[in-house]
Design a protein around this ligand. Structure first.
Ligand code: ADP
Ligand code: MG
Length: 287
């Protein structure tokens, strides 16, 4: 039987928009030491905008945008939406791209006029043998998306999203509850560090593929830590499933919410601290 205090605790949580899978979740939340936070969509709003269009030599801006929007039309990623929106704004018709497939943590690819088109991280394109991809650079703090057609670079976009206004206060509260925050992201080091500095996180793991996020959770648990994971994306689902306590943002992907013990309906990340406080108070009543 579930102790009354757990039911009362989960009732209090639900009035704050913190949906808990079962009252026992409050026990999982107790004693968490490390909290791994995803960047895009969790600490940031996840609503992105293109801040620079950088065609390669001999390529026109419109040509780059038409090709990129063609392949990104087939992706659900916030980055994809930003590129498609910019093409639309400029009245550019996206190219017809077939067989579009997402490459989690890396980007997206498809077939344009019988040739392979790929849009994604500089690291991924470099691994795929695209010349010049490793030197793509970008504005400090921006996510960089390179676009390659049949292995040659068409250009790149710098893309930004805003840090959620409540993220710094949320991280400060987690620290005051004695938790060690870790930022884990598939994005590049510069973009990750800029957000980490803004919200007050020192422990940054950038360039992490979805499998790598699970690896971080496992590594911390193997070191004896009780680990919470907070995420919103398809790419976070496995890490959420592997954590002692998992929390999904309400605005996030369904698979993330299905994998999570707790869903923060409002996507207000301050609710994460509230959930942990409620669980501590609830267990104090029981014990
Ligand atoms: P995060 O961990 O911050 O939520 P993701 O794992 O979703 O990020 O993505 C990691 C990186 O992969 C992104 O920062 C981006 O550079 C690249 N990427 C993912 N999907 C796409 C896409 N559709 N188009 C271009 N780049 C993408
Ligand atoms: Mg995310």
């Amino acid at each position: 039987a579930t102790p009354t205090a757990l039911l009362v605790g989960s009732g209090r949580a639900s009035r704050l928009g913190i949906l808990i899978k079962g009252p026992e979740t409050l026990e999982s939340a107790h004693g968490v030491q490390t909290i791994v936070l995803d960047k895009t969509g969790t600490l940031t709003t996840g609503t992105m905008a293109v801040s620079a269009v950088r065609p390669a030599e001999g390529v026109g801006e419109r040509e780059l945008l038409a090709a990129a929007a063609g392949v990104e039309r087939g992706s659900e990623h916030p980055i994809a939406k930003a590129i498609v929106a910019l093409a639309h704004e400029r009245g550019i018709e996206p190219k017809a791209v077939e067989s579009v497939a997402a490459r989690a943590g890396n980007g997206v690819e498809g077939i344009l006029d019988g040739r392979r088109i790929a849009a994604g991280t500089a690291r991924w394109l470099a691994e795929e043998g695209v010349e010049g991809a490793s030197g793509l650079g970008g504005e400090p703090g921006a996510s960089v998306v390179g676009v390659a057609l049949e292995g040659s670079l068409l250009g790149a976009f710098d893309i930004r999203d805003a840090v959620r206004p409540e993220s710094a206060a949320a991280v400060a509260e987690l620290k005051s509850l004695g938790l060690h925050p870790v930022l884990a992201t598939g994005d590049n080091e510069a973009a990750a560090s800029a957000v980490a500095a803004e919200v007050g996180i020192d422990d940054v793991r950038a360039g992490i593929l979805p499998e790598g996020k699970v690896g971080i959770v496992e590594e911390l648990r193997a070191a004896g830590q009780k680990v919470a994971m907070v995420g919103d994306g398809v790419n976070d689902a496995a890490a959420l499933a592997g954590a002692d306590l998992s929390i999904a943002m309400g605005s996030g992907a369904d698979v993330a919410k299905e994998a999570a013990d707790i869903t923060v309906v409002s996507s207000d990340i301050r609710s994460v601290g509230a959930a942990i406080r409620i669980s501590a108070q609830t267990l104090r009543i029981i014990k």
